[in-house]
Design a protein around this ligand. Structure first.
Ligand SMILES: [Mg+2]
Length: 249
């Protein structure tokens, strides 16, 4: 039996709560591409206006550190701060591309939607196969996402039925849940599944997501290392880090 499956047993885990983008579906890199397209064009334009050189967004460093796994507008604000830029917050109804936190976030979302339509959504086959095994053993399942596109992505990938519950960016905004690294979204998923945090395992590919799992006092926090960031995930508090889900039962 694999280490992961054994550990779930040893810790008496009853529910699995998985992050969507980067754990279940290969949408983390679609998000990263959309962010890079939006920010690089903005920094170039702003740099030309100010006679300054702003370093473009590096996915390996900037994206992981400032954007990955957190609500959209928080990502805009965080990254701009890293370049010494502060913009007015604006409003979610701001026009796409307006020079506000919300306007730039809305532009990123438009690019994301375009890429989604153009390329579709690929799921991670190892995750899906493993989840099906766990479901057949009676494990409870939920999926969470900071993204407001969660339901669209689940349906595009044809995997909505794998999860009993989902908590996404839309519901988080409505309920006033704090973004990761706060544990709110995972705690809400556990509450809906009717389990305590100690009875649930968290699966996350982003550093801030692992931190959120740790902060919530969950029974097990597993870092899913899809982008060679095992060290970053461990340093963020993951109990274990795996490259992919085990195929043996
Ligand atoms: Mg993720």
């Amino acid at each position: 039996m694999s280490t992961l499956n054994q550990t779930l047993k040893d810790r008496n885990i009853k529910a699995l709560i998985l992050d969507l983008d980067g754990v279940v579906t290969q949408t983390a890199r679609v998000h990263a591409q959309a962010w890079k397209r939006m920010f690089d064009a903005y920094l170039k334009k702003r740099g030309e206006e100010e006679g300054k050189d702003y370093a473009p967004l590096e996915i390996e460093t900037d994206y992981r550190e400032h954007i990955d796994g957190i609500p959209r507008y928080d990502g805009v604000r965080n990254f701009l701060q890293s370049r010494g830029i502060t913009l007015p917050e604006g409003d979610p109804t701001d026009d796409i591309g307006e020079e506000t936190v919300a306007g730039l976030g809305n532009l990123k979302n438009m690019y994301f939607q375009e890429l989604l339509k153009q390329d579709g959504v690929d799921e991670y086959k190892d995750t899906i196969a493993w989840l099906q095994q766990q479901r057949s053993k009676g494990m409870r399942t939920a999926v969470i996402s900071a993204s407001k596109n969660c339901v669209d992505v689940l349906h595009a990938a044809g995997i909505a039925k794998l999860f009993e519950e989902h908590v996404d960016g839309l519901q988080s905004a409505e309920m006033g849940l704090k973004g990761k690294p706060a544990p709110d979204i995972f705690l809400e998923a556990a509450r809906r599944l009717g389990v305590s945090p100690q009875e649930a395992a968290i699966f996350e590919d982003a550093r801030k997501g692992v931190q959120a799992g740790k902060a919530g006092g969950f029974g097990l926090v597993v870092g899913i290392d899809r982008t060679r960031d095992a060290e970053g995930l461990k340093a963020s508090g993951a109990d274990m880090v795996i490259q992919e889900f085990p195929s043996e039962v």
